[in-house]
Structures are given as structure tokens and as C-alpha cells.
Design a binder for this molecule. Structure first.
Ligand code: ZN
Length: 89
């Protein structure tokens, strides 16, 4: 099964470019995403998900981080709000 990969780093859209954002445009059409489990906030199963990043566990066991469009959209909005409020890491 081949999962779509959201290319990193995730590009947070500016408010003016919001509708043109590559990330958001990608998230609007998930019909080709394979079904899987979202590892982000919603935890839903058997829904369209994208591969986000490899995860290396102790012992060098590798797996992947997967997320659904709803969670990625919320994640991007949260990051944008954080940046606009002058937040720091
Ligand atoms: Zn999710």
C-alpha cells in the first residue's frame, strides 16, 4: 500500500494565501488516500490517511506516523495561530 506523503517541512499558509496553500489544497482531495489509522488527535480508524514522517523507536525499529486530513487541517490552523500570536517553541 502506498500512502501519500505530505512533503515536509509542513508549509503554514499566511492568511492572504490561505486558499492557495499547497497543503490545504492537498487536504481537499483525499479520495486517493488509502485507508488506515490516524495517529493524531482524532484516533479514528479505517479512514483516508497520509504518511507524515518516519518514527524510529528504541532498538531502531521503524514505523510511520500517519494522519487524516481533518487532523492535519486543525494542526496547521493551530500552528498558524501560534505563530501569529508571537509564540515560541
Ligand atoms: Zn485524525
Amino acid at each position: 500500500m502506498i500512502y501519500p506523503h505530505i512533503p515536509g517541512p509542513i508549509r503554514i499558509p499566511t492568511p492572504a494565501a490561505h486558499t492557495r496553500s499547497t497543503m490545504l489544497a492537498t487536504l481537499e482531495n483525499t479520495s486517493h488516500w488509502p485507508l488506515g489509522n490516524c495517529w493524531l488527535a482524532c484516533g479514528r480508524t479505517n479512514i483516508p490517511v497520509a504518511f507524515l514522517s518516519p518514527i524510529i523507536l528504541p532498538g531502531n525499529t521503524a514505523t510511520g506516523l500517519y494522519g487524516c486530513a481533518d487532523c492535519l487541517r486543525a494542526w496547521g490552523e493551530r500552528a498558524l495561530e501560534h505563530i501569529l500570536n508571537g509564540g515560541s517553541a
